[in-house]
Design a protein around this ligand. Structure first.
Ligand code: FES
Length: 105
């Protein structure tokens, strides 16, 4: 990997602020190339990231988290709402990585 950007809330390393603020600050640099965002983290951040990527037409995949009982699609205990079909995906069976546009987050 190259051109790694780092942000910390307190500014102790890299950009001072959250990752969405960092991306917003660097958007002109980022949009000079075809880019894709890969992310994991808290749902509030993923939600903000989804809005940012849709606004700037940036491809994005996220690794989601869910409590899991069976881990292979039997218990239906790890649903995540789908946007591209009726119903839900199962994080354990269909994910955990999803195109950010295919899920409600
Ligand atoms: S953990 Fe059981 S269906 Fe996903």
């Amino acid at each position: 990997m190259k051109n790694i950007l780092v942000s910390t809330d307190d500014g102790s390393l890299g950009f001072k602020g959250n990752v969405i603020q960092l991306l917003d600050e660097k958007i002109n640099l980022l949009l000079t190339d075809k880019i894709k965002v890969f992310s994991c983290g808290p749902n509030a951040m993923l939600h903000a990231l989804k809005e940012f990527c849709i606004k700037h037409n940036i491809d994005c995949e996220v690794s989601t988290e869910s409590a899991m009982a069976c881990g292979f699609g039997i218990c239906q205990g790890c649903p995540i709402e789908a946007t591209d079909k009726d119903g839900y995906y199962l994080v354990c069976k269909d994910g955990p990585v999803f195109d950010i546009g295919k899920i409600v987050i």
